[in-house]
Ligand binder design. Structure first.
Ligand SMILES: NC(=O)c1ccc[n+]([C@@H]2O[C@H](COP(=O)([O-])OP(=O)(O)OC[C@H]3O[C@@H](n4cnc5c(N)ncnc54)[C@H](OP(=O)(O)O)[C@@H]3O)[C@@H](O)[C@H]2O)c1
Length: 305
């Protein structure tokens, strides 16, 4: 299939392309970071007028996955207008254009639409209550996509992996600091469901192949604190877990408010795909194997030196 990926230089986008380029023809939309990628690139700023029609005309894709976003929570607080344009207006335009052209669209959303006040295990029927500009604009984006084009798929995700810049994911943060013997904090009171980004991409393609539509939680099946996640990384790479100091997020000084408990149920996805979702330990094993096999260096070699 011909698969158009927006945000292909991002953490999800680059791993999606890398994971799927053997099986599918990948066309990535990029603003100029990728200079030697082994898949086709359309150079485009998606906020330029007419950009959506332009990329669809050029690519003529069978499927689209919208990985483009303003996904930095604190940047969203500082620039709510940009956050709205990227996280709501752009998905709306994509959904409208995909409806007209009958192209299946996956739009990526976030676990952060919830306030974390519930005792976890949020389902797709639970009412969101976003705490930050990022979360609010992502929720507005979900609504815009599903209103414009109910045949779309909206996936609330949370993932980790190796990124182009080496700093995008929490796993890279822990790995980098641990290997450099730097001490760091890990939040004990922020619970989430991390999934290896490659697992995320494989599941998203299964969702497309199945012709599913609507809202899905697509996160890891094991909930843990961010501190525990850091400890898991340290143990896997045989690094010193005592360098991670357990800490409460209340003392973090971060600008955007974060929810404490983002334990999401993936039951709906598992039932509709008819399969058990990957467990945390196999994802972490793959993350470690990727490191040993030079995967981070490989994807980083696609960008501007
Ligand atoms: N990371 C996570 O764990 C996580 C958790 C929950 C949800 N999500 C969601 O997952 C999706 C992907 O996240 P990510 O972590 O991969 O984000 P990311 O690494 O920040 O990537 C964002 C992508 O969007 C592109 N982009 C931004 N503005 C653009 C513009 N004007 N024109 C064209 N492209 C533009 C960026 O291009 P440049 O490189 O040129 O800036 C980049 O490729 C997002 O929807 C995010 O909300 C992520």
């Amino acid at each position: 299939m011909k698969l158009l990926l927006t945000g292909v230089s991002g953490l999800l986008g680059i791993n999606f392309a890398q994971e799927m380029m053997q099986e599918h023809e990948i066309i990535g939309v990029d603003r100029g970071k990728l200079v030697s990628a082994p898949f086709k690139i359309l150079k485009q700023d998606l906020l330029d007028a007419g950009s959506v029609e332009k990329i669809l005309d050029a690519a003529q894709p069978d499927w689209i996955v919208n990985c483009a976003a303003l996904a930095d929570l604190d940047a969203c607080e500082n620039n709510p207008d940009l956050a709205k344009r990227l996280n709501m207006d752009l998905p709306r335009q994509l959904a409208r254009a995909c409806k007209t052209r009958s192209i299946p669209l996956v739009h990526i959303s976030t676990d952060a639409v919830f306030d974390g006040e519930k005792d976890g295990f949020y389902t797709e029927d639970d009412k969101p209550n976003p705490l930050s500009v990022y979360a609010k604009t992502k929720l507005d984006g979900e609504w815009a996509v599903l209103t414009e084009n109910p045949q779309s798929i909206v996936a609330r995700v949370n993932f980790y992996g190796w990124s182009l810049g080496g700093k995008r994911s929490l796993a890279e943060f822990f790995h980098h600091n641990l290997t450099n013997n730097k001490s760091m904090s890990g939040f004990t009171d922020v619970v989430f469901c991390p999934m290896l980004v490659n697992d995320t991409t494989r599941l998203l393609v299964k969702v497309l192949k199945r012709g599913l539509s609507g809202l899905y939680h697509l996160v890891g099946t094991q909930a843990m604190s961010k501190y525990q996640f850091g400890v898991e990384i340290a143990r896997k790479f045989s690094l010193r877990e005592s360098d991670i100091t357990p800490k409460s997020i209340s003392f973090s000084g971060l600008l955007a408010r974060r929810a404490n408990n983002l334990w999401l149920s993936t039951q709906k996805l598992s039932t509709d795909l008819g399969e058990v979702l990957p467990v945390f330990s196999t994802g972490l094993d793959e993350f470690y194997t990727q490191f040993q096999q030079g995967y981070p260096q490989k994807i980083r070699s696609y960008q501007q030196p």
